[in-house]
Each structure stands twice: as C-alpha cells, then as structure tokens.
Design a protein around this ligand. Structure first.
Ligand code: BDR
Ligand code: CA
Length: 313
C-alpha cells in the first residue's frame, strides 16, 4: 500500500488524478493539500472540499499558502480559459461547500503526517511546489523521512506550455521548484515530455461515466470545458497531466527515466525552465556536482497508462 499526500490545485486534470488516487486499491490517500495555480487558493481549496464530498473521500483537506515562496515574484493570472472561472470547468460549483479544511496549514499538515509515518509517505505534487518548499524550510529533517516525491511539472527536452521555456506548475513558482528538486529527498519529475502523450478522449470518458456511474459522470461534466480548450492540441480529448504522476506511484515500470541533478531557471527570458545535468562529475568541476541526482521521465507507455487510468476510474 502506498501512503500518499496529494498536493494539488483543482483544476480539471487534478480532479481526475484525485479520483484515480481515491479509487486505486494500492493507494492509501492520507491527505489532500491545496495550492494556488489553476485558480486562487480559496477556489482550489473549496474545490478540493467539493470533490471530497462528492466522491466520499475520507482524507482531510489542508489549505495551502496563497503566495509564491518569494513574495516579490509577480502574480501569474489564473488560467480561466483552461479550467474555467470555478476551476472545475464552469460546472457551477457552489460558492460555499460543506466541511472545513484541517486546522493546520498545508505545509504543517505535510510535516506532521510525514513525521507520523517515517519513511512511508509519498508526496505527489501536481501544482506549484510552494507548500513543499515551505515544509522543507520549516522542518528540513523531512528530507530523510519522506519515501518519495513525485512531481508533475517541467519540460526538459520539449517546449513549455506557458512560455517556450516553461511549464505552468514550475513557471508559477520557480524558486519553490528549485528548492524542492534540489533537496536531498528522492524526486521523480514527470513533465510535458511524457504527459503530452497521454490523452483521454471525450468518448472514452463518456464510456467510463456510463460504465461506472455518478462519480465518473461528474468527472466527465467537469472535463468538458477543458476538452474544448485542448481542441487546438489534441482531437476531442484532454491531456491527463496530473494523473500521470499518480500512475507513476503504482506503476513506475510504465515510464522510461534518466538521472541527474536538476535546476530551475529563476528569472529572465527562460524563467521557470527546468534543466537536468547528466550524472557524473563535470570538467571543470561545477556546483551542480554537489546537487542530489534526481529522476526525470523521458518516455511513457501511454497506452498502458491510459488503460490503467480507465480501469481505475
Ligand atoms: C499542469 O498545469 C495545470 O494547469 C495542470 O493542472 C497541470 O498540473 C500542466 O502544465
Ligand atoms: Ca495541477
């Protein structure tokens, strides 16, 4: 059983990933921590509670920070054209929903949960990395207590989706991503290099909804708007970025990887770009040599990943 904390900004593809985590038999979802990104922190937290209620998810929701790790960083607008004004495809999520977030802020919830299960918790982060960076700043010892960190973000050998250099989750808080990927805990990064190969078509989602009932029907309704947005990229379907990170937890064999230190460009024309250096010492010696080697996914068995997502949903 994989104990998971899901750090998320729901968000349409985040919603699918959450349902995958909730329904996969080998996942024990310990908590949902929210972050701004696809919408404000108030909206993503409201959405997490809404999905928790709709899908009977027992895991608590803990609200994350509202600001980038460097408060001086300029605000990036919410992508309402992708995720809708309500962050869930304009289905009309009520302004207030039943239930309250955990009393602790997300980064404190992460620290406490990791300390309660030393060596067992996988952090799956599919939004800005701000909560994880805050947790590291407050309790650096968690680097040796976390089992693994799996990130959806970045673009290594392909173009970004927010700028030619940067993917959205990294671009929204590059300093936080640089801290998280440079920390001495085992990180796996699943970026656009592989996620762009994973498409759930509208008919496939409709078939899942028909076969498995109201939970998947809600997911299909939420996804309609996002599928319309993706029409200029893929035919009648959506890229399931965040679900890829969840699949990696239970089926890493479906991914091809390479290892090496990672840095994130913080500022300038390539703000938010992710760069990986191949393992091995540099000549002349470089500060990169002192960074931990992390894992980046370079390819994916997209058919098998989509089959696993379909079966789980
Ligand atoms: C990432 O950005 C967000 O819009 C999605 O939820 C996903 O986490 C893809 O670049
Ligand atoms: Ca996301």
């Amino acid at each position: 059983m994989h104990k998971v904390i899901f750090d998320t900004d729901p968000g349409v593809d985040d919603a699918m990933a959450l349902l995958f985590l909730h329904q996969h038999p080998d996942i024990d979802l310990l908590g949902i921590t929210t972050i701004f990104g696809n919408a404000s922190i108030e909206t993503t937290t409201r959405n997490a509670l809404f999905l928790k209620n709709a899908w009977d998810i027992p895991a608590p929701v803990a609200k994350g920070v509202a600001e980038t790790i460097d408060p001086a960083r300029a605000h990036v607008d919410w992508p309402v054209m992708i995720h809708g004004h309500d962050g869930l495809g304009n289905i009309g999520v009520p302004d207030t929903v039943e239930g309250e977030p955990d009393a602790r802020p997300a980064h404190r919830f992460i620290i406490d949960t990791v300390r309660a299960h030393p060596g067992e918790v996988t952090l799956v982060a599919v939004g800005r990395m701000t909560n994880l960076a805050r947790a590291l700043a407050e309790d650096p010892e968690i680097v040796s207590l976390v089992k693994a960190v799996v990130i959806m973000g970045g673009a290594f050998d392909v173009a970004g989706n927010i700028t030619p250099a940067a993917e959205a989750n990294i671009h929204g808080d590059p300093e936080a991503a640089d801290i998280v990927m440079g920390a001495a805990w085992p990180v796996t990064v699943i970026g656009l290099d592989v996620t762009m190969k994973t498409v759930m078509t509208r008919p496939a989602l409709a078939a899942i909804a028909a076969a498995s009932g109201p939970r998947a029907k809600l997911l299909a309704d939420i996804s309609d708007f996002y599928i319309d947005f993706y029409a200029h990229i893929v035919a009648d379907g959506m890229v399931v970025h965040d679900s890829c990170a969840c699949v990696y937890v239970v089926a890493p064999e479906l991914f091809t990887t390479r290892t090496g230190a990672i840095r994130v460009v913080c500022g300038g024309i390539a703000d938010g770009q992710t760069i990986q250096k191949a393992d091995g010492r540099s000549f002349p010696p470089s500060p990169w040599d002192e960074l931990p080697s992390q894992t980046v996914c370079t390819d994916i068995d997209a058919d098998a990943v989509m089959a696993l997502i379909t079966e789980t949903l």
